[in-house]
Design a protein around this ligand. Structure first.
Ligand SMILES: C[S@@+](CC[C@H](N)C(=O)[O-])C[C@H]1O[C@@H](n2cnc3c(N)ncnc32)[C@H](O)[C@@H]1O
Length: 250
């Protein structure tokens, strides 16, 4: 229940099942979403982490609305002294991202300990339901159903894809934002099947490079645990994508 308590939201504990959430990836996911301000997130396997994703999307909107207001008042800057303000807002980014972002979460309710069926009700209680689209169905047929206009900024893979990870990648990689979109895979580092899959992409042959284009991978491990202890992140960086440079000084 530790992670449930850390969340600090009544209701998040109702989706907590210690056989599925022994680690702190929910906190990392929440921080990531707060940081990268995604417009569309896909989660495969709904439940506890959905609540963190939804809260982060809601908090993002509140933050972006504040930025937009400051921008409209010409006050969006960091004050250096009384007479000089360093411009802070990236106007286009604020305007584009201020719309309600969406979590598309998919679950077929097949796990006996699933808590996906509680997500809608808790999202309502927490006021984050406008960011939620819950799809109760099998994940493997879902790629064809998600509106083809949707570009995913974050994919959170939290179900047992196991030997079908390659198939998962094939379906969803093309849907990921090529300018830094993230694919985050749960329980990736100390499981033999997932580890083999990750290793293949860490030392890619020409064939993988050709297929996926540029990307980066890293993973984090909670070293004191045997299960539910890690995640790996692929960042897609196609077409020589680079972040913009906004400042020149040291
Ligand atoms: C490890 S749980 C994690 C769920 C959620 N992210 C959480 O934090 O509670 C995996 C979930 O995937 C769902 N699941 C398993 N196989 C699935 C499939 N083929 N399609 C859709 N959902 C599936 C299960 O019902 C279960 O709720």
């Amino acid at each position: 229940m530790e992670a449930g308590r850390l969340a600090g939201w009544s209701g998040s504990t109702a989706t907590h099942n210690s056989s599925m959430h022994g680690d702190l990836s929910s906190s990392i996911i929440r921080g990531q979403v707060r940081f990268i301000k995604p417009r569309h997130v896909l989660e495969i396997g709904a439940g506890y982490t959905s609540i963190f994703l939804l809260q982060a999307l809601k908090d993002n909107m509140i933050e972006l609305q504040k930025f937009q207001k400051l921008q409209q008042q010409d006050k969006c800057g960091i004050p250096l002294n009384e007479s000089y303000m360093v411009p802070q807002c990236v106007a286009d980014e604020v305007d584009q991202r201020v719309q309600p972002a969406m979590l598309h979460t998919v679950d077929d309710l097949s796990h006996p300990g699933q808590t996906a069926d509680k997500v809608k009700q808790i999202a309502k209680q927490l006021g984050s339901e406008k960011h939620l689209t819950l799809h109760v169905e099998d994940a493997w047929g879902f790629a064809e159903k998600l509106d083809e206009e949707v570009v995913l900024d974050l994919i959170w893979l939290d179900f047992g894809a196991g030997h079908r990870l390659e198939e998962f990648l094939e379906r969803w990689w093309p849907r990921l934002n090529s300018k830094g979109g993230l694919l985050m895979i749960h329980s990736s580092l100390t499981n033999a099947i997932t580890r083999k899959f990750i290793a293949k992409y860490q030392m890619p042959e020409a064939e993988e490079k050709e297929r996926l284009g540029d990307y980066e991978i890293f993973g984090l491990l909670e070293p004191h645990k045997r299960y539910q202890n890690s995640f790996s992140i692929f960042q897609k960086r196609s077409d020589a994508y680079l972040e913009p440079i906004y400042s020149m000084g040291p």
